[in-house]
Design a protein around this ligand. Structure first.
Ligand code: ADP
Length: 456
């Protein structure tokens, strides 16, 4: 079922329910009012009859019957009966018909002084009067033709009104639901035109006010991120193949040269010697790529838990000093933590240690004195570590690309490396909802700062 049908259907059901309740209440109130009004008329009739019969000496039963029959206010099928204190009928306005009344009506009137009930389709009332000859009971009944026909008309009007109301609601509901969903249909059409090969297309964001515009804005943002991810992937593959191709091409030409003529053992050894750096480079590169693939592949499933940033820094320092004893790292607290909780964070220990290791390794590698300093600080929102070196520094132009995979600053091409570490660090810190920033001056050194929130 389409949303359009669902909306118009639900809308119609709601309006139908309201109309039904409304019609039933109106009909019920009118029916009640008609009945009350008719009882009142019957009571008036009974009072007049009793007054004329008992109080006015000049009027006897015969005269009263004549008056009753000729009265303009006589009702359809009207019967008025008066009974004395012994329940003997002393007056009836009709004498040709068999008088049907129930004894309990009389008893009820004598005990409750008042009776309002039905006799078939007729309304019937009973009243008690005091007279000099004891208590007199009057019963009056009639058929309310006028009132009932008015009620039938009302029912008919309400019924037709109900049907017309529902019909109108279904048509208007369908129309307005279609109109409200039109922007979604248009967005749907626009989305169908967007393909993976052309992520530059964007949805129309209208006047950026309503919910549909917001949907288009969010969708466009997703498209931008996708386009960026696709672009990064393309450039990554291009860079990776370039990095792999260069040493492979050198090795191939070395082998081709060697195969052209017979070589002595010493010459062969020399050829293999020239190939060794390229093999080392290839092996280093594949190791880095493997590390990157492993880290980025599982990055979203890595377990997060409580950890202390200072402990991670000490562990990374130890790991670096074991791997490269010539490097020196000093660790300082900006202010000494009051309690363990001050340096406590929530994250993945292995990933964060990898980040700190990488930053320390870079700082020492790109500094002539192979020295780096770590400054730890914290506040109520999170913890910060700054890795400072007094090395070669990074130009403003290089800083703009430094976190891209395979990007290496021109001045550092002589150093060993592939330009992958910082892009992994950036990804890991973003995953922890932290920030990795850089301040650097060419020739003076660099400071990489990691800020991590207490609870990502
Ligand atoms: P790698 O160090 O293996 O080349 P990284 O991704 O760790 O890869 O670093 C990318 C580039 O950023 C490096 O090649 C270097 O040009 C620059 N860089 C990183 N850290 C520093 C630093 N502390 N000082 C100067 N340049 C740096």
């Amino acid at each position: 079922m389409t949303i359009r049908n669902q909306i118009s259907g639900q809308f119609s059901i709601i309006v139908a329910s309201i109309l039904t309740v409304f019609s039933l209440v109106i009909y019920g109130l009118s029916a009640n009012y008609r009945q009350e009004e008719f009882y009142e008329r019957l009571k008036k009739q009974a009072r007049t009859t009793v007054r004329l019969l008992i109080d006015v000496q000049e009027v006897d039963s015969t005269l009263l019957k004549i008056i009753d029959r000729n009265s303009e206010s006589a009702l359809i099928d009207e019967q008025v009966m008066v009974f004395d204190k012994n329940n003997q009928l002393i007056y009836s306005n009709i004498d040709d018909k068999a008088l049907a009344y129930q004894r309990e009506w009389l008893d009820q009137v004598r005990t409750e002084k008042d009776l309002e009930t039905h006799d078939g389709d007729n309304e019937l009332i009973g009243l008690l009067f005091e007279s000099t000859n004891g208590q007199v009971v009057a019963l009056a009944s009639a058929y309310d033709q006028f009132g009932r026909s008015k009620l039938r008309n009302l029912a008919l009007t309400l019924g037709w009104g109900w049907l017309a109301g529902i019909g109108l609601t279904v048509v208007l509901g369908f129309f307005f639901a279609g109109r409200s969903l039109q922007p979604i249909a248009s967005i749907n059409q626009q989305i169908q035109r967007i393909t993976a090969n052309d992520l530059r297309q964007r949805l129309d964001e209208g006047n950026r006010q309503d919910e549909i515009d917001q949907l288009a804005i969010n969708f466009n943002q997703v498209l931008s991120r996708l386009a960026l991810a696709f672009e990064q992937q393309r450039s990554f593959v291009a860079h990776a193949s370039h990095e792999l191709r260069t040493p492979l091409a050198t090795m191939k030409s070395d082998v081709q040269l060697a195969l052209r003529r017979p070589l002595s053992e010493d010459q062969l050894r020399a050829v293999l010697q020239t190939m060794l750096p390229d093999i080392d480079r290839l092996s280093g590169l594949t190791n880095s790529l493997l590390l990157m693939a492993r880290t980025l592949d599982n990055i979203d499933q890595m377990a997060f838990g409580p950890l202390r940033l200072d402990e991670i820094v000490f562990a990374a320092q130890e790991e670096l000093q074991m791997a490269k004893p010539a490097y020196r790292v000093d660790i300082r607290y900006d202010q000494f933590p009051d309690s363990e909780a001050d340096t406590q964070l929530h994250g993945n220990e292995n990933l964060l240690q990898q980040v700190v290791f990488n930053l320390l390794d870079n700082a020492c590698k790109y500094s002539a004195n192979h020295w780096a300093e770590v400054l730890l600080s914290y506040d109520s929102t999170g913890c910060q570590l700054a890795v400072r070196d007094v090395g070669v520094g990074i130009s403003a132009e290089d800083q703009a690309h430094i976190f891209e995979p395979f990007y290496r600053a021109q001045r550092t091409l002589g150093y060993e490396g592939f330009g992958i570490g910082l892009s992994i660090c950036h990804r890991i810190i973003t995953l922890h909802q932290g920030q990795l920033t850089l301040k650097s001056q060419l020739g003076e050194g660099s400071t990489f700062t990691v800020w991590l929130p207490r609870r990502p």
